[in-house]
Design a protein around this ligand. Structure first.
Ligand SMILES: Nc1ncnc2c1ncn2[C@@H]1O[C@H](COP(=O)(O)OP(=O)(O)OP(=O)(O)O)[C@@H](O)[C@H]1O
Ligand SMILES: [Mg+2]
Length: 303
């Protein structure tokens, strides 16, 4: 499939700081990719290179075959920067209209875009009176107008409450379903679970992971947690059978490796009435993220 974004061997130094080192990442139309990494890992630098705001030292970047910053690339890409600031005196409608005009988009797209981010009621209020979350949503509206093919969002959920965050991810799925690719950076690791197709992790400018979350979970070989809810009479028997730790009197929790999961579950079902409920938790994105960060640290220490 033709990629909307193709970066290969991208490196960028700021004097002595190695911000990016040999980063290769591709995104297909309609794909949602989360770009994770600690502060200073190189996320914003990568986005700015794709936008053509910064020049890379080495490597290649193509947006549907076009050079970053070229007129053809600019038509395809939209950006929500890390910190959005709009002139306080302008209303939400005026701001989105301005961006629509810049992109050559018809005026009648403005209100539907504001509707997508739930700002219709505040459309004619000056954005200086908006809350932080409203300003963030206005930033998103500005990026969405004109139906871009590639959306670059730098920490888009900062300042959003849990309900707005949920809405934001629903909106993102709708956009991706229509073929727009999304690359979004985030620190909110656990909020991303099942909401992106792939997770890319940058560490000190290097890409240390790039795969769908289930693949990363498998590759990390992190244990699975199983919690068995039993009865007070039977909990001892369950504990003797599986080990682990006892929780709240009538529950037992233990960990097992991914390949052993099914075997354990069938052993649990053999206990019949002694088991009243079973909870199986796969490693969270936070745990997977920690694993990849740590693994790289260990690699560095081995050198
Ligand atoms: N214009 C610049 N001049 C000098 N150094 C820079 C510049 N921009 C970024 N850097 C450095 O490059 C590295 C990567 O920065 P970048 O902003 O890409 O990180 P980030 O992953 O976006 O971090 P954060 O999560 O804090 O936003 C950092 O060490 C930063 O100090
Ligand atoms: Mg950043």
């Amino acid at each position: 499939m033709k990629m909307i974004l193709d970066t290969s061997g991208v490196s960028k130094n700021f004097k002595s700081v190695e911000a990016l080192r040999d980063v290769s990442i591709s995104i297909a139309p309609g794909e949602r990719v989360a770009l994770l990494g600690h502060n200073g890992a190189g996320k914003t630098t990568l986005l700015r290179i794709v936008l053509g705001f910064l020049r890379m030292d080495e490597g290649t970047v193509e947006i549907n075959g076009h050079a970053p910053g070229s007129a053809a690339a600019r038509r395809l890409v939209s950006y929500l920067p890390e910190s959005v600031a709009f002139p306080k005196m302008l209303t939400g409608r005026e701001i989105v209209s301005y961006y629509a005009k810049l992109k050559g988009v018809a005026k009648d797209e403005v209100m539907p875009t504001l509707e997508k981010v739930d700002l219709v009621d505040a459309a004619d209020r000056r954005c200086g009176t908006y809350s932080k979350g409203m300003r963030q949503r206005l930033g998103l509206a500005q990026a969405l107008v004109g139906q871009p093919q590639l959306l670059l969002l730098d920490e888009p959920t900062t300042g959003l409450d849990p309900v707005s965050r949920q809405r934001f991810y629903t909106l993102l799925s709708d956009i991706a379903d229509k073929g727009t690719a999304v690359l979004l950076s985030s620190h909110g690791l656990s909020e991303l679970e099942a909401k992106t197709d792939r997770v890319a992790i940058l560490r000190d400018g290097r890409l240390v992971a790039d795969a769908p979350l289930p693949e990363l979970q498998l590759a990390a070989k992190l244990p699975i947690r199983i919690r068995i809810q039993s009865t007070t009479e039977d909990v001892e028997q369950v504990h003797n059978r599986f080990g682990g730790k006892r929780i709240n009197g009538a529950a037992v929790e233990f960990v097992c490796a991914q390949p052993e999961k099914m075997e354990r579950l069938s052993a649990i079902s053999e206990l019949g009435g002694a088991v009243t409920d079973v909870d199986v938790s796969s490693p969270s994105l936070d745990e997977v993220y920690r694993y990849f960060s740590l693994r790289d640290e260990q690699k560095g220490a081995d050198k």
